[in-house]
Design a protein around this ligand. Structure first.
Ligand code: 3IO
Length: 341
């Protein structure tokens, strides 16, 4: 009898030991490692949001997940980001969708001149638009979050006060923003943001069209002493994960990341809006830049020139079989809702 009990006890002991050793909850001595690639330098907003997401995930999973971040295009660059993630060169990647306008037609509609007033609103509108239309362009990845920049303005070496000043000036922009510059008569030169400092330095372009936090983060205020406030287009971004990697993650980890989708979008928008204000103040104080506001009459002319852009987008998107009018109407309605207009 004694001996039998001994055997049972030993059996239970080994069964428990086996369970503890192999259960995913306890074998967390070895964390899940994920690589996260980003294309611009570490101090810029796409990387600031990346570090925030990393911290949140690590904390909310109690260290079960560890994320290694690769800013500055050290793992994947601006134009091969999503394909690199699909191929598994990085587990996670942050991309600017404007650099591939034909590939992300639905989400890039947020860069049309539809009056998104700030990054917080733009980010929430974009996330809802993605959730509603679930675009085919993301079929091969898991989308973790999306956000937009604040509306773009012109930063230039020479002052731009009216449409005449814009004529044939070489200004850098990408995607939908490039079409807007062309409508105003400028010569849009397309290139990703990380290529812009050199292009400005060498004089290949005389300025750029983007959100104004870059005046500080890329030190563009040193070269561009003038800002013309246009508030016309946001640039949409996405953070995507390799699908096999996503499917390999435990349920509780996936839940943490799912919950973060909308939160990260709103957080990034708020960070961006505050940082634009800081950047303008810094640029005035440190480099004495001039901020040019268009007169009312001038602004009417600039806005009128943009009207054909949305109409053309609707025509082209329809030709691709997309519910183009509904997408534009949704962007307007979501913008109203989030901006409280
Ligand atoms: C951007 C891209 C990388 C780092 C900072 C940035 N601020 C605004 C953008 C938007 C963009 O990609 C662009 O091309 O203007």
């Amino acid at each position: 009898m004694r001996r039998k009990l001994g055997f049972i006890m030993a059996g239970v002991f080994f069964a428990v030991l086996f369970t503890i050793t192999w259960s995913p909850a306890v074998s967390m001595a070895k964390p899940i490692k994920l690589s996260y690639a980003n294309f611009p330098p570490a101090p810029t907003f796409p990387c600031v949001q990346m570090e925030r997401w990393k911290k949140e995930v690590q904390e909310r999973t109690n260290g079960k997940v560890v994320i290694d971040t690769y800013p500055g295009g050290t793992l994947l660059g601006a134009k091969n980001m999503i394909d690199g993630v699909i191929a598994g060169q990085a587990d996670i990647g942050c991309l600017c969708m404007a650099y591939q306008p034909g590939r992300f037609v639905i989400t890039n509609a947020t860069s049309l001149p539809l009056g998104i007033p700030n990054s917080r609103t733009g980010s929430q509108v974009l996330w809802d638009l993605y959730k509603k239309y679930n675009p085919e362009a993301f079929a091969k990845v898991k989308v973790l979050t999306m956000f937009t920049t604040a509306p773009s303005s012109i930063m230039s070496k020479l002052p731009i006060r009216n449409l005449k000043d814009m004529k044939n000036v070489d200004l850098r922009a990408s995607g939908g923003a490039a079409q807007i510059l062309k409508a105003w008569g400028a010569n849009a030169v397309g290139m990703p943001m990380p290529a812009t400092p050199e292009a400005l330095q060498k004089g290949v372009v005389k300025g750029l069209f983007s959100s104004l936090e870059v005046m500080k983060d890329f030190k563009f205020a040193e070269l561009c002493r003038y800002v013309t406030v246009t508030g016309a287009a946001v640039y949409p971004f996405a953070v995507v994960m390799n699908m096999d990697k996503w499917n390999s993650l435990p349920k509780d980890v996936r839940k943490v990341m799912e919950d973060l989708g909308a939160q990260q979008s709103a957080w990034t928008g708020t960070y961006m809006d505050n940082h634009v204000d800081e950047s303008i103040a810094w640029s005035k104080e440190t480099h004495g830049i001039e901020v040019i506001e268009l007169s009312r009459e001038e602004k009417v002319k600039w806005d009128e020139l943009l009207e054909p852009i949305t109409l053309k987008w609707i025509k082209d998107a329809k030709a691709e079989g997309l519910p183009a009018e509904a997408i534009v109407d949704d962007i307007k309605a979501f913008t109203k809702m989030y901006s409280g207009q």
